[in-house]
Design a protein around this ligand. Structure first.
Ligand code: SF4
Length: 280
């Protein structure tokens, strides 16, 4: 079956309030769904996955993982067996980060750092990014092309470049000034985004164009649920972040994946297009 991948929303809580976040304005409501299980309970369940499927790829997001209780204990243990990518705003202190990365040895752990200039200074973010880069565990830096922030994109891209770092521009998905994005970007704005993305890998380029011109996925065959699944903070496992098709509880032995690719039932696919069966 190949390596299985998981997206895991560890909790719906964040210490930033970025207006371009898909959860903006809903944090209080969403926090009602949070369930906090012990590190041991998660580790036992991930060990079961390891015994059944071998080492898998896990992308952990939320909410903001870095403020999850005992996060460092959890990810240190988990990344001994599985490859783990944490999408984070890196808002922990510098000393916490240094102390943590010094404990890593043969762990398969990476950080995707999201830069939110409305909530952190470039300098404070950079010094933490450089710590994880030096340790060899930086998988990327993300920056959302929020329309009123577009004017600063070139400036920040250059500042990161001066420090030997590339940023990945993520198209904004949502409404701003009654315009729906990413469809609403002007030709000039699209040009800025594509120009700044010319150094991305072919796979990242393809993902960017999918995000810029989203197709309607409904009815197309998709591997979500077979090669990939989404874990919610309450332990329920779904076919993907959009689908309400439950594959089971992450904590139960009878959790099982689909045998085949199935047609997508959603009108939009915000970020997982890559699981669509090619040419269908
Ligand atoms: S195309 Fe996207 S929304 Fe549809 S099933 Fe696949 S991952 Fe989910």
């Amino acid at each position: 079956m190949g390596i299985i991948e998981f997206n895991w929303d560890i909790h719906y809580k964040c210490n930033y309030r970025c207006p371009y976040c898909c959860f903006y304005g809903q944090w209080q409501e969403l926090s009602r769904f949070n369930k906090y299980f012990s590190v041991e309970k998660w580790i036992v369940a991930w060990q079961r996955i390891y015994e059944k499927y071998g080492s898998v790829y896990i992308t952990m997001a939320g909410g903001e993982p870095i403020i999850y209780p005992s996060l460092f204990d959890l990810i240190k243990e988990l990344s001994r067996k599985h490859r783990l990518d944490i999408i984070t705003n890196l808002s922990c202190s510098k000393s916490q980060l240094v102390n943590f990365v010094n404990q890593l040895h043969s762990h398969k752990l990476y950080f995707s750092a999201s830069f939110h200039p409305l909530f952190t200074s470039f300098e404070a973010f950079l010094e933490k990014v450089l710590i994880i880069k030096e340790k060899g565990i930086l998988s990327g830096i993300n920056y959302v092309a929020y329309p009123p922030e577009l004017k600063r994109i070139n400036y920040f891209k250059d500042k990161f470049k001066e420090n030997g770092l590339n940023i990945v521009i993520l198209p904004y998905r949502g409404e701003y000034n009654k315009i729906v994005y990413p469809q609403g970007y002007t030709e000039e704005e699209k040009g800025i985004i594509y120009n700044l993305s010319s150094d991305l890998s072919p796979e990242q380029q393809e993902q960017l164009s999918q995000c810029m011109q989203p197709d309607r996925p409904k009815g197309k065959l998709c591997y979500a649920g077979q090669k990939y699944a989404f874990i919610n903070c309450d332990g329920q496992v779904y076919r993907c972040t959009q689908s309400r098709k439950v594959l089971g509880s992450f904590f139960k032995r009878d959790l099982s994946f689909l045998n085949d690719a199935l047609p997508c039932e959603q009108e939009v696919c915000p970020c997982e297009f890559r699981w669509l069966v090619k040419d269908n």
